[in-house]
Write a protein that binds this ligand. Structure first.
Ligand SMILES: Cc1cc2nc3c(=O)[nH]c(=O)nc-3n(C[C@H](O)[C@H](O)[C@H](O)COP(=O)(O)OP(=O)(O)OC[C@H]3O[C@@H](n4cnc5c(N)ncnc54)[C@H](O)[C@@H]3O)c2cc1C
Length: 456
């Protein structure tokens, strides 16, 4: 069936950022600060994506693997500092691993950043507006119009009806690479060998426990050497008991509990739904409903088996499903796990990162959490789709293998790739070239001058 209609509403901008998660936030701030007329569109009603509507946290480590040097700064660092000033975060320099803030994990969990989603969404909004970008909420990208290798406009759904947005450059920060996919750019879903994507999870927050009893029980196990690697183990002894009684049906045998800047308030990362393609509406719907069921089961578990949780309260459940992996674009370069472990040198590196490769298991209980070799860098070419000239991509859907994405998918790195994409789009306007063709030296110089960390 063909549907033909005159588009009456047209919006013009220079740089269009699509999706306001951590990547879109970084991209919009950087693009506007570097002089481009920037519009950020977001289908929801707040910035932050997974960090806010998804209730995901803390920010995973932004330090090298030794935990000695901070390797993500720039816009990410400003965000942490501003959120901390508002009492909504603890700066990563003050946070150790094997603590309540990182669910007693050791590998890759030194210097995480605990934050309150409610504070983050406000700070992010302020920073984007202060940079001079415009935000439009309730705007969902639904199609991309191309001519040859160029995007000539995108169709969005708004309350007013379908609208065309035209820009010089577009930055896809949708997490799922929606814009790249709709434009016909090559994408790979999940693992390229069998299409498996990491499991999805629904986050929730709890409070009103007896914190002394709760933390006391964890500290006691820590002292006995029963928490941390191998096995990460938070409350695994209670899970064992609950399983015996038929009170635990989840496929994961431990609880991920992350304390927030308000003592006694915790984010819970434990629900797990496997073999879900979150770009398939039926599967997404089924998974989020199963996630809500698992939250109820977990509340019953906490109250019955976990010390100090007799009067526990469910504070909130994320309004969107936590999606770790869907499409990866096929860019001018595809980052691999070998590049990460061998710390391959890239002339066009645009950021530094060091979080472990973290692939949650689709079969069995745990997964892979493997340290990197001190740090690694990401080349700009991973942000540039092979087949579209005026599109960049930032965040978890940049070009890399599923295994490599296990590391760079986390939020500090998403802000960093966003900053690089926004900066490149603004520089391209100035230089009158395609955003993927900006001079690498100039891009790297600008990023470094604006606080980014790029180690060679
Ligand atoms: C369960 C789980 C646990 C995790 N744990 C951690 C952790 O502890 N620490 C950490 O640092 N990272 C963690 N991560 C990883 C991290 O949260 C995400 O990979 C990261 O937030 C992705 O950022 P993004 O900006 O690429 O995408 P998102 O945060 O998903 O943002 C995408 C934005 O685009 C919008 N959007 C999407 N499609 C459209 C469209 N068509 N039109 C308009 N807008 C659109 C969305 O509404 C959203 O706001 C976790 C992820 C999951 C799922």
């Amino acid at each position: 069936m063909k549907y033909v209609k005159e588009i009456e509403r047209v919006i013009e901008t220079e740089v269009l950022v699509i999706g306001g998660g951590t990547a879109g936030f970084g991209a919009a701030v950087a693009s506007a600060r570097n002089g481009a007329k920037t519009l950020l569109i977001e289908k929801g009603q707040m910035l932050g994506g997974m960090a806010t509507t998804g209730l995901v946290g803390p920010f995973m480590t932004c330090y090298d693997d030794e935990g000695e040097n901070q390797v993500v700064k720039g816009i990410f660092e400003e965000l942490c500092r501003k959120a901390e000033e508002r009492g909504g975060a603890i700066h990563p320099s003050k946070v150790d691993n094997m603590s309540t803030y990182c669910s007693y994990y050791s590998t890759g969990h030194k210097h995480v950043t605990p934050f309150m989603s409610e504070v983050l969404e406000v700070v992010m909004e302020e920073m984007v507006l202060e940079a001079g970008a415009k935000i439009l909420y309730n705007v969902r990208l639904c199609d991309v119009l191309t001519e040859g290798k160029k995007i000539i406009g995108v169709l969005v759904s708004m309350k007013e009806g379908l609208t065309l947005i035209r820009a010089e450059s577009y930055i896809d920060c949708t997490g799922d690479a929606d814009a790249a996919f709709y434009a016909g750019a090559k994408c790979i879903s999940g693992d390229e060998t069998d299409g498996t994507m990491q499991p999805v999870s629904l986050f929730f927050e709890i409070g009103n426990m007896d914190r002394e009893k709760f933390v006391g029980a964890l500290e006691e196990r820590k002292e006995k050497g029963e928490l941390g690697e191998p096995g990460f183990n938070c409350w695994s002894w209670c899970v064992k008991e609950a399983k015996k009684n038929g009170d635990w049906t989840l496929i994961r045998d431990e609880v991920g509990n992350y304390e927030q800047p308000i003592p006694g308030r915790w984010k819970i990362n434990t629900t797990r739904m496997t073999y879900v393609d979150a770009t398939n509406t039926e599967e997404l719907t089924k998974a989020v409903m199963e996630g809500r069921r698992q939250v109820q089961e977990l509340m019953g578990f906490f109250k019955k088996y976990v010390p100090g949780c007799e009067n526990l309260q469910l504070l909130q459940v994320a309004s969107v499903l936590g999606v770790r992996e869907t499409r990866h674009i096929l860019g001018r370069y595809k980052l691999t796990a070998e590049d990460i472990y061998e710390r391959k040198h890239f002339e066009d590196a645009i950021c530094t990162f060091a979080y472990a490769i973290d692939v949650h298991a689709s079969e069995g209980n745990s997964g892979v959490l493997k340290s990197v070799n001190s740090y690694y860098t990401i080349p700009f070419r991973c942000l540039v789709p092979e087949d579209i000239d005026n599109l960049l991509v930032a965040g978890r859907c940049i070009s890399g293998t599923s295994e490599a994405a296990g590391s760079y998918r986390v939020m500090p790195c998403c802000v960093a790739t966003g900053q690089a994409a926004g900066t490149a789009a603004a520089l391209a306007l100035r230089e009158a070239c395609n955003p993927g063709d900006v001079d690498h030296g100039m891009l790297r110089k600008t990023l470094l001058e604006q606080g980014a960390v790029i180690w060679d």
